[in-house]
Design a protein. Structure first.
Length: 95
């Protein structure tokens, strides 16, 4: 999650994600957070899924497109970033 007060910079960060559609990424979803106290000031949310931890590590440390994305993000007035890694314990939803 990112804290980016400026709406234009939020849009720029979303656009940068769209360029990063490498095959090792199973799923990437990004959008603006709803204004709600539970958001704790975070304004943009991205959920990225990988087939393996090795794929995630490559994305984070070795992917040229993601390195370019991080360079773009640094110039957009980000006031905070939260990253969490987890393995699903339960998957559900409507069919």
């Amino acid at each position: 999650m990112f804290k980016i007060p400026d709406k234009e910079n939020q849009a720029k960060l979303i656009a940068a994600y769209a360029k990063d559609g490498k095959p090792y990424i199973k799923s990437l979803i990004v959008g603006s957070a709803e204004e709600d106290p539970r958001s704790q000031g975070y304004t943009l949310v991205c959920k990225t899924e990988f087939a393996s931890m090795d794929d995630m590590k490559f994305y984070d440390d070795g992917c040229p497109a993601h390195s370019e994305f991080k360079a773009t993000a640094r110039g957009l007035g980000i006031e905070g970033i939260m990253t969490t890694y987890f393995m699903p314990a339960l998957i559900g939803g409507s069919s």
